[in-house]
Design a protein around this ligand. Structure first.
Ligand code: 7TS
Length: 409
């Protein structure tokens, strides 16, 4: 599908911000939504809004069918072995917390090690810090190379037989680094550890096959892949999920409830307490249809092109520092940078005046900021609806920002 056709499916892109056509370069924070997704949510509320898994009335059956059909779409999307391995959650953060609070609390004991990297998002650090506090496990970090990549030698050195959990991001939301999950999983498994993958920045942008990666858990968020906020997925290997206790209790997730004891439904529902995120799951199903129509390999190639072009354009501007792998082949569509001597919030404000939306701040990765020896950065992130013209507008905006601040100070 041509990028102009793709853009026409995203109504939000067709507007002016501060008198300039919008250039949206913040998809790593949240992506925009195509009409098919917006319409699917609209249709659910207008035509068959109803609770799921209860009662026999027609609307309830229709809603249940749509909700469970989305689960099948997710299963296929990540090539999970069975529907029991696909749990709907609120997002990546919620999914990672389930693994930490259930698997982590049950399996970890004093002296065990949890291995992370310096490039993790806070959502893949704090749940492990919390579980380490209550179990007596300790955290260890795989070091980074100066270009923000990992080496398998360092992975091998950090993971030992004491390691029980390796929790790692597939793609860094700051550096764009793509980590070799399959190889890391092999090293982890040889040492008797399991691998938890934070897929928030990979599921939207590349074909994911959880069986090929051989990860034990994989978490991602719908809102970064054209679906609404409030829906995400936890994939887990069935034999692990089966022995895990739920972390939330209440309606929906039970089989039998007595006054003093209760039992749980089978997988995946034992992890879905309460009325689930019905409209969100239906929207996610439609988002997957859309991404598959475009083709994940095309999405990935398009973003590689854009980030390569952006790196070239920005490196021609004096006084810009780009963080992360210099080789665009080693990174996904994320470009983090600073204009030397200018605070990234000021850079983002000038860009906004030019209609260009980027994120500035610590990107929920404070340990990584410390490692980069900065307090904050600006970040442009690309998706299937961005164009080289968007990159040109970014570069022009940055020249204006530089000029402006050079003249002021
Ligand atoms: N992990 C990574 C790698 C992320 O990039 C994010 C969100 C999360 C986890 C958390 O996802 P959530 O949907 O549960 O919030 N990252 C960003 C970002 O880079 N800018 O805003 C949110």
């Amino acid at each position: 599908m041509e990028v102009e056709r793709i853009r026409s499916l995203f109504p939000i892109l067709n507007q002016e911000i501060n008198g300039k056509p919008l250039v949206y370069l913040d998809s790593a924070a949240t992506s925009q939504k195509p009409l098919t997704v917006i319409n699917a949510i609209n249709d659910y509320y207008r035509e068959y809004n109803s609770n799921v898994h209860r009662g026999v009335h027609t609307l309830g059956t229709k809603a249940t069918d749509a909700y469970e059909k989305s689960r099948e779409k997710v299963r296929k999307f990540i090539n999970a072995n069975s529907l029991e391995e696909v749990i709907f959650t609120k997002g990546t953060t919620a999914a990672l917390n389930i693994v930490a609070q259930s698997y982590g609390r049950e399996q970890l004991k004093h002296g065990d090690e949890i291995v992370l990297t310096f490039m993790e998002h806070h959502s893949n650090i704090i749940p492990w810090q919390q579980v380490a506090k209550v179990t007596g496990a300790t955290l260890k970090y795989i070091p980074l190379q100066s270009d923000g990549t990992l080496t398998l030698e360092d992975v091998q050195k950090t993971i030992t037989t004491k390691t029980k959990i390796v929790a790692i991001t597939h793609v860094s939301n700051v550096l764009g680094t793509i980590n070799p999950i399959k190889e890391i999983a092999e090293i982890a498994h040889k040492n008797g550890a399991i691998v938890v993958v934070d897929g928030a920045q990979s599921a939207p942008h590349m074909k994911i096959d959880v069986q090929e990666l051989n990860c034990d858990f994989y978490a991602f968020s719908g809102h970064k892949m054209c679906a609404p906020t409030g829906i995400g997925v936890l994939y887990g290997k069935k034999h692990l999920l089966e022995k895990m206790e739920p972390v939330e209790f209440g309606g929906e997730m039970i089989d039998f409830v007595g006054l003093y004891e209760s039992t749980w439904k089978e997988l995946p529902w034992k992890f879905e307490a309460g009325t689930p995120i019905i409209a969100g799951a239906i929207g996610l199903g439609k988002a997957i249809d859309f991404l598959e129509e475009v083709g994940l390999d095309n999405v990935k190639a398009h973003e590689h092109d854009l980030v390569g072009y952006a790196m070239q354009q920005l490196s021609e501007i004096d006084g810009i520092t780009i963080y992360g792998p210099a080789n665009s082949e080693k990174r996904a569509g994320v470009l983090t940078f600073n204009i030397n001597g200018v605070h990234p919030h000021d850079v983002a404000t000038v860009l906004d005046m030019e209609g260009v939306a980027v994120r500035a701040g610590h990107h929920c990765a404070q340990p990584l900021m410390k490692w980069l020896e900065v307090t904050a950065t600006a970040r442009a992130s690309f998706y299937l609806y961005n164009t080289k013209g968007d990159v040109d507008r970014l570069a022009e905006g940055l020249l204006k920002a530089k000029e402006f601040f050079e003249n002021v100070f």
